[in-house]
Ligand binder design. Sequence first.
Ligand code: CTP
Length: 404
Amino acid sequence: MLTGKNILLGISGGIAAYKTPHLVRLLKKAGANVRVLATESALKFVSELSLSTVSQMPVLDDIFTADADGERTMHISLGEWADALVVAPATANTLARFSSGLCDNMLSLSFVTLRPGKPVLLVPAMDGYMYDSPSVQRNLSVLKAQGCRVLEPESGPLASGQCGLGRMPEPETIFEALSSIFAARESAALEGRTVVVTAGPTREKIDGVRFLSNYSSGKMGFAIAAAAARRGATVRLVSGPVTLPTPPGVERIDVESAAEMLEAARPLFDGCDLFIGAAAVADYRPEAPVEGKIKKNEAAMVIRLVRNPDILAEFSTGRKPGQLAVGFALETAGGLEYARKKLTDKQLDLVAFNIYDGSRSGFEVDTNVLTLLGRDGSITELPLLSKEEAAGRLLDAIEKLPPR
Ligand code: CTP
């Protein structure tokens, strides 16, 4: 759930801050990218060196830190970069800063620059009397009303020597809470949308018993269909011949040839919000397939091939405003320019450049290495991922595209 997610971890000055390097470890182990924002008092409870070592990034505590381009606007770029902000521990002071919109340290500033709709998880930890005070409770209700999630403190021994409510939940609990926020968002992100996916190879008949095809397994397209259904979309999957089970909640139409795939997909064009061409459609078909079986009477034979219709291009060039078109470009290494050309030639919103290396990426295998090129010029290089994870990241990128 957290693979590839950009997490801002804000730490404010409470004793529980000493547990945060472990939280960073859990997030990193799950494949998240973590940037730590610590307040001055947080660094009295936990060392900057521990946090920068486990997060593999410098800790940010200075508002005027420069970003990679040397601009002194790191707080703005962080707000754009982050997929979520977690604040653990969130002290009474930090909650007060957040609820009033103060921007006097890197953490409070990043809270304000975080892009709308991105989840914020607050993990208050303080003495029980402080926690119950009307001021803290008022700030928490303001923040909850703004959409922030609050992971309630637990009861147990406190730093004051007393026993009661106020302890920060263990890093594992915070990690689980964040994962379930992403799971819930994922389940609803495509609610009300209709997604059409093409998948698998096509078979182009030579005669009654032979065909031309390719090694596509359909795994990538099926993973995309499954991920879109999990996000609440109505999903129609037009599939060439594969041996995969239909993902839960997906409506599947089986076809053989490119012509059949087009015939099945065309009636779905009008009602779809997003068309994803993940099928490895044969570019050519035998011009005149033979009825019955060709006998080997000749020493050599020539089969004349003619071009197949381009299903994705037909959709994208004839579509209505608001509909999105996404394609794949399978190329051997160095084919990024071909992928970019496909984006423009087929008038796509996004193309997934799929590096074919024959072992970890491409047909038949369970993993993939994709580079996503958006029509807005964005380039997202994904690491080697399972096809399920790659499908999720592709949908994340599609959801971020500006409306058409
Ligand atoms: N596609 C399609 N219908 C076709 C051919 C391709 O819908 N007849 C879609 C595929 O599903 C994929 C993208 O278009 O999303 C791939 O484009 P294509 O031009 O087929 O790429 P390649 O054949 O891999 O590249 P090229 O022929 O340029 O070497």
